[in-house]
Write a protein that binds this ligand. Structure first.
Ligand code: ARG
Length: 458
């Protein structure tokens, strides 16, 4: 049963049917398609195109159909080209010819764009919950490590000491931006295409604004041609999920490093680590690696949709059927990755002693020396140079900065005096960093409180 057989002799070739069928993936739009149908039926009745009695039979049948879809009593078959075709068949089975009236003033073109907006808006809310859970787990760990020293890095080289809580919160901030991006995306996506018909609107007295309100949109589309052409909301959604994937990948990469023998900063809970089939001693961070690996398909989905759209003439083209699988795959992927990462982070053990011991290694307090000289009035340019000489002196002799004797200090520069040793502790370096957003324990506690507040409102 097709929606378009009238002008054709005979059925489609098998190869065409197999290429064009989408019901195996767009069936998940069914509940949204039915919601759109109910809203459309009401405006048809308002327009006098359905009698009140027909409307109530129509709405009852659509409710029944929704229940049958939910329970599995009604299923799509591969002979149904897409979800819209399958549901019209279901309606006709219940209502006979009356079921055929619903299609007036509506096309699959405005229908499918509406369904996908509804579906993505709903699922974006679930996605946001998953992101907030991960951000919550990171924040809780951060709360345990507000004052735990760690070796802060640039270029994966020891740079300056930081607190590990600050580091963990540095992974929360991007997630907060992702949540904000989803909210912002939703505002632009809350526009209803229904009423656009195939492309030109309708000669029937429909009420797109009413349909929009009924379906939870804030407005109906301003231009019927744009309404059926526009897939910005899919591309933007896929950008948000791709960027989220990149954030999860960077977190995953760090967990892989942290749990390595060489770092040894973190131990994963057994329930969130995997073993090897041959090496009995292995404990691997597969969750972190899969989070990193799956960023590839999230980015791929964005590229696929942008590439599909770039050469399309207005308005609807069948190419656009390719918009759905990447969007569904992004949601499915994140639905797997986020809870696993959340559990892994929530249950990991941070080795505070290992971190604290590593924090000053690699002359990471050299900046403290330079800042000390600056406070004495030395220009930073000269302070940098003097400190560099001190570092070279220590490196050549296997000394730490604080181990250089008084005479040697003065020999390196007349500006260096024994008082410099006072700034050469990780704790004093951390405590000195008080400005908002800094890594010092006080500033981190403040950041933590702000993040917790933001998450409570998310
Ligand atoms: N299944 C199509 C899609 O997902 C909608 C059908 C529109 N088809 C058409 N020939 N106008 O985009």
């Amino acid at each position: 049963m097709k929606l378009w057989g009238g002008r054709f002799e005979g059925g489609p070739a098998e190869a065409l049917a197999r290429l064009s069928v989408s019901v195996h993936f767009d069936w998940r739009l069914a509940a949204y398609d039915i919601a759109g149908s109910k809203a459309h039926a009401k405006v048809l009745a308002d327009a006098g195109l359905l009698t009140p009695e027909e409307l109530s039979r129509m709405l009852a049948a659509l409710d029944e159909l929704a229940a049958d879809v939910e329970s599995g009593a009604f299923q799509a078959t591969p002979a149904d080209e897409d979800v819209h075709t399958a549901l019209e068949r279901g309606l006709l089975e219940k209502l006979g010819p009356l079921g055929g009236k619903l299609r007036a003033g509506r096309s699959r073109n405005d229908q499918v764009a509406t369904d996908l907006r509804l579906y993505l808006r709903d699922h974006a809310r679930l996605l946001a919950l998953g992101i907030a859970d991960l951000a919550g787990a990171l924040t809780e760990q951060a709360g345990q490590h507000v004052a735990t020293p760690a070796p802060g890095m640039t270029h994966v080289q020891h740079a300056q000491p930081v607190t590990f809580g600050h580091w963990l919160l540095a992974h929360v901030q991007p997630l907060l931006r992702d949540l904000d991006r989803l909210r912002d995306w939703d505002r632009r996506t809350a526009v209803s295409p229904l009423g656009a018909g195939a492309l030109a609107g309708s000669s029937l007295p429909l009420d797109p604004e009413r349909v929009a309100k009924e379906l939870g949109f804030t407005s109906s589309a301003a231009n019927s041609m744009d309404a059926v052409s526009d897939r910005d909301f899919v591309a933007e959604f896929l950008f948000v999920t791709a960027l989220l994937g990149v954030h999860l990948s960077r977190l995953g990469e760090e967990v892989v490093l942290w749990t390595s023998q060489e770092f040894g900063w973190v131990e994963l809970d057994d329930a969130f680590a995997t073993g090897s089939s041959i090496m009995p001693q292995k404990k691997n961070a597969d969750i972190a690696e899969l989070a990193r690996g799956k960023a590839g398909r999230l980015i791929g989905g964005l590229v696929a949709v942008l590439t599909m759209l770039k050469g399309l003439p207005l308005t609807y083209d069948r190419d656009m059927q390719e918009d759905k699988e990447p969007a569904f795959d992004a949601l499915d992927t994140l639905e797997l990755v986020l809870p696993a990462l959340t559990g892994m982070i929530a249950t990991m053990t941070v080795k505070t002693e290992v971190l604290a011991k590593a924090a000053p290694i690699g002359f990471s307090l050299a900046t403290e020396v330079a800042d000390y000289l600056v406070r004495k009035g030395v220009a930073f340019r000269d302070a940098h140079e003097i400190t560099g000489r001190l570092v070279a002196f220590c490196a050549a002799r296997g000394l730490e900065l604080h181990e250089v004797g008084d005479d040697d200090l003065v020999a390196i520069s007349a500006e260096l005096d024994p008082g410099v040793r006072e700034v050469l502790s990780v704790d004093s370096a951390l405590a000195a960093r008080k400005t908002p957003g800094s890594t010092g324990p006080l500033a981190v506690a403040e950041q933590l409180a702000n993040v917790e507040r933001e998450l409570a409102g998310a």
